[in-house]
Design a protein around this ligand. Sequence first.
Ligand code: HPA
Ligand code: ZN
Length: 339
Amino acid sequence: SPLHPLLVSLPKCEHHLHLEGCLTPDLLFALSAQNQIPLPSPSTDPAFASPATLAARYTVFTSLDDFLHYYYIGFRVLVTPADFEALAWSYFLHAHTNANVRHAEVFFDPQAHTSRAIPLSTVIAGFSAAAARAQTELGMSSILIPCLLRHLPVADSAATYSALVAGDYFASGVLGGLGLCSSELAQPPQLWAPIFADANARGIRRTVHAGEEGPPAYVAAALDHLAAMRIDHGVRAAEDTELLARLAADGVMLSLCPVSNAALRVTRSVADAPVRALLAHGVKFSVNSDDPAYFGAWIQDVYCAVQDAFALTADEWAGIARVAVQGSWCGEERKGEMM
Ligand code: HPA
Ligand code: ZN
């Protein structure tokens, strides 16, 4: 499309990006060697023969859980604060340089680190050092959002959430919100209601992965029971017209990831993303990359893929960019700078 150069340089806000999803096969193998953490043997999974074979395996994910299997193996090689800082810095630098991302709200999964005896303080020190450097050196603002993991018992989420509160990470502003992610189908949102009610009472912002593999009812449950202020993915909300009307009336933004959805077979292709339905119903959405190192597409590639599928006008893109700024969780002053 002739709009590609404009889409690459368009100032962007990213709202759905997992920092651990920025771990490329090259960095995975390098950190495995550096930290002497073995990867699965190629005799048990031939994908681990080399970075190239692993990247090839990433192109044929069959489901969210097939992806999550590889995603959580990747976590193993992250050990020191410097590892976490390098990973996050690689994202911030890439997003600034190649996509003109001005503001990024980024996820990480504390439980998948603490379960390997990596302290919360190690993870957060590394990520927040990279965020501070992105602000100073790139003028890029960011918000760090820990996600609780649905595939683990709720009690494990509760313990992690309590440790984050006790560590003063939310009240001090080091962390700017609370998320919920991982396998969706067998774990309805309401199981996390007590934790999210406590977060709400403390003024901690809340966002929830819902309606990716799960039904529209899980999106409604995230709003009803978790007081979610944003819905991550939410693609399947398009199946329910009443839900679309509710999202529009309440101004709830969906953080769409159309390339991720196609990669994980949530949709058949980017063209199946509910872009037209959301525009028609006045539902706010932003366009995001999710796990760029695993899906082979960074945010500028996702913008271009959406354009190839929907042939939007420059005015429609300007509207999408404006909604992304307005739906961000930065202060009004920062939004003003980005409008
Ligand atoms: N869905 C759920 N959990 C995740 C995802 C996702 O798309 N990416 C990383 N963790
Ligand atoms: Zn995600």
